[in-house]
Design a protein around this ligand. Sequence first.
Ligand SMILES: [Zn+2]
Length: 309
Amino acid sequence: MQRTVRFTVTCLLLVAAFQTHAAQRCGSDGVWMQVLGSGGPEMTDQRASSGYLVWQDGHARILVDMGPGSMLRYEQSGARIEDLDVVLLTHLHVDHSADLPTLIKAAFFTERTRSLPIFGPTGNEVMPDTIAFVEALFASPSGAYRYRSGYLAGDEAFSLLPHNVPAVGMDVKQVMEGKGYKITAVPVNHGPIPALAWRIDIAGRSLVFSGDMNGDNHTLPKLAKGADLLVAHHAIPQNATGVARNLHMPPSVIGEIAGESNVKQLVLSHRMNRTFGVESESEVEIRKNYTGPLTFAEDRQCFKVSIQY
Ligand SMILES: [Zn+2]
């Protein structure tokens, strides 16, 4: 009897483990946003750091941020590296950018031949610009991974094309127009770190990614106006102060932006230990200005981006 119970428990644990690691694919039609990493930089939350995929008709076309662990989630999502049109980086903190070499090395083993553009912020005295960041990784003779310098020199199967997008000022700028989509960005205030928020208009849908930001400068509402989906980084609780508050927006500011922009769906990501367990308090603050659908993100979660809610 005891053995049967033990066997059953073992089977249930195996099933749970399989479900945890099984691929989670978004739908094969329409526009979907998949959360690759819903955590921050901590290694105690069982989450990957920031990363998001925009899917269209079963193809992963646009990657926003690539923090540690997000490339494992990319693999689990079933996305093909060959399908990726462009990478957008909100900023160059480790928890948003460290998996870039992981993707490039993995791409070596695929059939990819198309160039891969990477757009990210300009630099300042504490951060390199995006071109310098990619060169610090891959350029010869000084890059850390110069054994793969061919991705910048043009003698690999495909080329990396890094671009700097101005992270100063208040204006929304169009950055790229692709097959059936348009990408725009606006500088946001992330304390001393150059940072951008991104908007993707694709197949009549619109998705906005705040990245890390503290809400000062008030630039995100312009970018997010009327968006179908806003991914906002919920890295601090309402009562945060000091450095954390200088870098991040509290839930009340997320609510104000979502309400003012009239976004149709809100996803809260970049969750951290200091925000776990106070979700209901965070929601109360957000609800003062925003009444639409609201979800606290999990890794690999898929959101259908619809224009009707
Ligand atoms: Zn950051």
